[in-house]
Ligand binder design. Structure first.
Ligand SMILES: [Zn+2]
Length: 198
């Protein structure tokens, strides 16, 4: 590759990050090359390590270094309930509230037909399998209170309507349009404690 092509390909690579356009990608590339070459090495190594070593947990779909993650394998968790969230960050937020001790399932997204995200992309067949092979009695829908998050919760509720499992939705202590990731831990704790049957 010629020098300029090398730089272009770095800029193109950085542009895949959310919210990064051509100008900020170019600024990032200059910063990494000129100001922080060690940091750049570090990013490069960390990304390839993560790609090599992280997989999805067979049970909850979260990222894990083992086929089954530590939450799923823990004997201290309540195996009667499963909380369904959009992203791993939502799980971390819920764990921080110390108000919930059950299991999780991470969709890794939300239904969004316009962006080509359908039931397959949010791993619903894995969720169905997970729930069938368990003694789960309550499904807690903790997707975001956005249009897409609500539609996803509704869709999942319909999936399980014919089996004998209670379905609840976290309470609306969360603001409309609210994303779990940005809610303070007190509000989120209240939302999970005051969840309602739907
Ligand atoms: Zn797991």
């Amino acid at each position: 590759m010629k020098k300029i092509e090398v730089l272009e390909s770095l800029v193109d690579a950085l542009k895949i990050l959310p919210g990064v356009g051509p100008k900020s990608a170019l600024r990032m590339a200059y910063f990494l090359l000129q100001r922080n070459r060690n940091g750049a090495q570090n990013i490069s190594k960390s990304i390839s390590n993560a790609l090599e070593q992280l997989m999805h947990c067979d049970l909850c779909n979260n990222f894990s270094e083992e086929p089954q993650c530590s939450i799923c394998l823990s004997s201290k968790r309540d195996t009667n309930s499963i909380c369904i969230v959009e992203m791993p960050t939502d799980l971390l937020m819920l764990e921080e509230t110390h108000s919930y001790n059950g299991l999780y399932f991470i969709l890794m997204g939300r239904l969004s037909p316009l962006d080509g995200v359908g039931p397959n992309e949010i791993h619903l067949s894995k969720l169905i399998k997970r729930i069938k092979n368990s003694n789960i009695k309550e499904i807690i829908l903790a997707t975001n209170f956005t249009v897409e998050g609500n539609a996803t919760a509704q869709y999942i509720k319909e999936l399980f309507k014919d089996i004998d499992i209670k379905t609840t939705r976290i309470a609306r202590g969360l603001p409309m349009g609210g994303e779990i990731e940005y809610v303070d831990s007190g509000t989120l704790a209240q939302a999970i404690v005051e969840r309602k049957a739907i």
